[in-house]
Design a protein around this ligand. Structure first.
Ligand SMILES: NC(=O)c1ccc[n+]([C@@H]2O[C@H](COP(=O)([O-])OP(=O)(O)OC[C@H]3O[C@@H](n4cnc5c(N)ncnc54)[C@H](OP(=O)(O)O)[C@@H]3O)[C@@H](O)[C@H]2O)c1
Length: 299
């Protein structure tokens, strides 16, 4: 089930005044109706009172802490979580629209997959606001400008956490992975490591990844920081991912480095300057390299 926030928001984030909408845009009502019709809508008790009746041809859920509350034509639930359970189990809903107000939008921001926002291009006086949200976590997918308003769809960027280990020698040469034949990534060179799996710490993931990729037991290693960047997936280039990379370093002796090379692993040593001239995932790997440069500078 897709959970979608749908809201009309002024430039100064106002969404309501005196328990009413502070504007009347016919095209926004039509847009709202077109998107929500035949789906499930969930609203706070005050928003229901503001609308005054159940929205036709939709399953109407109203959230309230008042256990006695009964509203004809609506199902009253105690929390947003309960709403999701109800929509999934009882209605088998395909889409659940969170239609307001402010506190439901606030809770919804943590769980929604998408937001359908009607941006009202002016400041408006009011007493209820759309909560602050982190633009970096959301990707604009479509936009339709309609004079005083724009209809914009945002989707939550998918997030992945990676643990990578920089293996370097006494003279700061870094062992890089040759990915030029690994079409899954579609990049050229990369650092060693991979995804932190559910329930794993970043340290455990780093040890496991290096064992899997290099058959090397990582014993002494140091955490040097985190890098956040955006990457496109090679097979789905339209899909952007928020990648959080936890970066570790470990110094490797010449013996071990020779072993790695002798084993025929797709790997090669580069100096920091050389790495700047090979092809990497630009946003993320260059930030990782910068972190390493700072680290060797400090030491
Ligand atoms: N521009 C837009 O897109 C938009 C959309 C919707 C609404 N609005 C505007 O927003 C205003 C109303 O919104 P609002 O933020 O004041 O109120 P609201 O969120 O609609 O309703 C608040 C009430 O919902 C219940 N509630 C909220 N969170 C809950 C939770 N986690 N668990 C249990 N119950 C919960 C509580 O009801 P009880 O007090 O009964 O316990 C709470 O008092 C109006 O002005 C309306 O026109 C604008």
């Amino acid at each position: 089930m897709e959970t979608i926030i749908i809201a009309a928001v002024a430039r100064n984030n106002v969404i309501g005044k005196n328990n009413k909408l502070p504007w009347h845009y016919k095209e926004d009502f039509q847009h709202f109706k077109r998107l929500t019709l035949n789906h499930v809508v969930v609203m706070g008790r005050k928003t229901f009172e503001s609308i005054g009746k159940p929205l036709p041809n939709r399953v109407n859920l109203v959230v309230s802490r008042n256990k006695e509350l009964q509203i004809p034509g609506c199902v009253v639930v105690g929390s947003l979580q309960e709403t999701k359970e109800y929509a999934e189990a009882k209605v088998n809903a395909e889409k659940l629209f969170i239609i307001g107000g402010s506190s439901l939008f606030n809770e919804g921001l943590a769980v929604a997959d998408a937001m359908e926002l009607t941006l009202v291009h002016k400041d408006v006086e009011g007493d209820v606001y759309f909560p602050k949200w982190n633009v970096e976590e959301w990707e604009e997918k479509s936009r339709e400008d309609r004079g005083e308003v724009s209809f914009v769809r945002f989707e939550r960027m998918k997030t992945k956490t990676n643990a990578i280990v920089i293996l370097y020698t006494d003279d700061n040469r870094i062992l890089m992975q040759d990915r030029r034949n690994i079409k899954k990534w579609g990049e050229e060179w990369g650092f060693w490591g991979g995804g932190v799996e559910h329930g794993e710490t970043k340290e455990v993931a780093a040890i496991r990844e290096i064992k899997e990729e290099l058959d090397y037991d990582l014993k002494e290693f140091q955490y040097i920081g985190q890098v956040i960047g955006v990457a496109k997936r090679f097979k789905l280039p339209h899909e952007q991912w928020h990648i959080v990379t936890e970066v570790f370093v470990t110094k490797i002796s010449d013996d071990i480095s020779q072993f790695i090379v002798n084993e025929g692993l797709a790997a090669q040593f580069f100096t920091i300057d050389e790495i700047k001239n090979i092809i990497l995932t630009p946003d993320i790997d260059l930030k990782i390299l910068k972190l390493f440069e700072e680290f060797v500078d400090i030491n």
